[in-house]
Ligand binder design. Structure first.
Ligand code: GLN
Length: 484
């Protein structure tokens, strides 16, 4: 059951091959058997999942189910889940039980999906390796001595190892796409504003977007469709109808114009990864796409720009964790100032503290113009690069990450090396455009992902191209040894 697509699971449920309860129990058994090696779940919903599954079975028996009814999923632990601990990878929220559901959690619940548990993640989604989590690192199912990528590392490890058919994730600078690439999954970060951020713990509000991690574009399409859409509770959510992603999947891609940004294939990209991506380009050409080289001249500025904008917003968002209202509270303090300092000092890990300090610095009087305002101007230039590109191409294609998954601990002492992981993914967040990663080959047994970036609200084209590619290739069907 854990190797079936969502569509096949839905057929199995309707033809009574298995019930939603059996499905939920099957994944629980797999979690019990395998997650000790991976650490992908921080919370496993043992009882509530069975109750939700029973409700799904009842709906299906009445013939009322929706396409996702009875399908289990894991939620990244950044999404508030009513009555269930929501810790965001942080000691700060280790005892926090959310009093409400995030909009996407509520929507997927209404669609009948069964929450199997909450997935481990980098603390407050800050990281590229899932090593900043208070709950310990997540291991990559393809090689447990390696990282699964981050910050949605628990989500990808769970899906890649068959401990959930699909999972939610968030992407502020690459946290859906980079981990997808490192674990042979398909992941989509939609256009900024397509999916509600209400109840999603904020990291950098102008960049954060929720999305889906699954084993195919088809699986991602069905879950994204159920998640997306206007939400009056999120002022940045866009009031515009959601496309029928599933219906667009099979469209032929003849005449599709693909742009390859020369900056994404320059120095820094591992030759093996480059070959995989270029083979995928050839395959898409065989399917009828045309390819041209383009330039996104400001892309080398995206990492430095991001590391001004994201920490600035994070320092502001994380100011709410003060030891007074909710979250970790230091004990035995004598003054208010001591309460703030110790609660935050104890509750936040090193990477989060580093970002708060950078953010506070770049927003401070005297430096605001030099750093923050400047970064916003460069952000505009990056956005303009894409605007220009989309005048001559339909989508932009490149690698997702510079190389395959690296060893645990390899980059933990060097923040800049860690930050450079997102060199190809950050620009899409700065511009707000949709982007996805999908499997395109292996180097020494480790997966490589390619990235597709589209124009605003062009999710259905990305999913369509990815689906056509996946119909013509079998990379995405490969499973890690020991988890088949
Ligand atoms: N790795 C990037 C960071 O650490 C992006 C994280 C994300 O997308 N949440 O900020």
């Amino acid at each position: 059951m854990h190797t079936l697509s969502i569509k096949a699971l839905a057929v199995g449920l309707r033809s009574k091959k298995f019930s939603a309860r059996e499905l939920a129990a099957h994944f629980l058994k797999r979690i019990e058997a395998h997650d000790g090696k991976l650490n992908s779940y921080v919370t496993v919903c043992a009882d509530s999942a069975l109750k939700e599954a029973d409700a799904a079975d009842a709906r299906l028996a009445r013939g009322e189910g929706e396409p996702l009814t009875g399908i289990p999923l894991a939620h990244k632990d950044i999404f508030c889940t009513q009555g269930v601990k929501t810790a965001c990878g942080s000691r700060m929220l280790d005892k926090f039980v959310a009093p409400y559901d995030a909009t996407i959690v509520a929507r997927l619940k209404r669609a009948g999906m069964v929450m199997r548990g909450k997935a481990n993640m980098d603390e407050f989604a800050m990281g590229s390796s899932n090593e900043t989590s208070w709950y310990g690192p997540v291991k990559n199912p393809w090689d447990p001595t390696r990282v699964p990528g981050g910050s949605s590392g628990g989500s990808v490890a769970a899906v890649a190892a068959g401990l959930a058919p699909v999972a939610t994730g968030t992407d502020t600078g690459g946290s859906i796409r980079q981990p997808a690439a490192l674990t042979n999954l398909t992941g989509i970060k939609p256009t900024y504003g397509r999916v509600s951020r209400y109840g999603m713990i904020a990291f950098a509000s102008s960049l954060d977007q929720a999305g889906v991690l699954g084993r195919s574009a088809e699986d991602c399409a069905s879950v994204l469709e159920a998640m997306a859409g206007f939400d009056p509770m999120d002022s940045t959510s866009v009031d515009r109808p959601v496309d029928n992603y599933a219906a667009a999947l099979d469209k032929p891609i003849e005449g599709l114009r693909i742009g390859l940004p020369k900056e994404y294939f320059a120095e820094g990209l591992a030759p093996g990864a480059r070959d995989c991506v270029m083979n995928a380009v050839k395959k898409l050409q065989e399917l009828g796409a045309t390819v041209q080289e383009i330039s996104l001249p400001n892309s080398p500025l995206s990492v430095p720009t991001y590391y001004v904008v994201a920490p600035a917003e994070a320092s502001s968002n994380l100011a709410r964790f003060d030891g007074v209202r909710y979250g970790h509270r230091a004990e035995g303090v004598k003054t208010l100032e001591e309460l703030y300092k110790r609660s935050r000092g104890e509750g936040f890990g090193a990477e989060v503290q580093r970002r708060i300090m950078i953010g506070t610095y770049v927003l401070s009087h005297g430096y605001y113009d030099a750093y923050y305002l400047k970064a916003q101007k460069v952000r505009r230039l990056i956005y303009d690069d894409f605007k220009r590109a989309f005048q001559s191409v339909d989508l932009v294609l490149g690698p997702t990450a510079t190389d395959v998954a690296f060893k645990l601990g390899a980059k933990t002492d060097d923040p800049v090396a860690m930050y450079l992981n997102d060199i190809y993914t950050i620009a899409a967040n700065l511009a707000g455009i949709p982007a996805m990663s999908l499997p395109c080959g292996f180097v020494d047994g480790l997966p490589v992902g390619m990235q597709l970036m589209g124009n605003y609200f062009d999710e259905s084209r990305l999913l369509n191209v990815a689906h056509r590619y996946q119909q013509a290739t079998d990379w995405h069907t490969k499973l890690p040894k020991g988890f088949e």
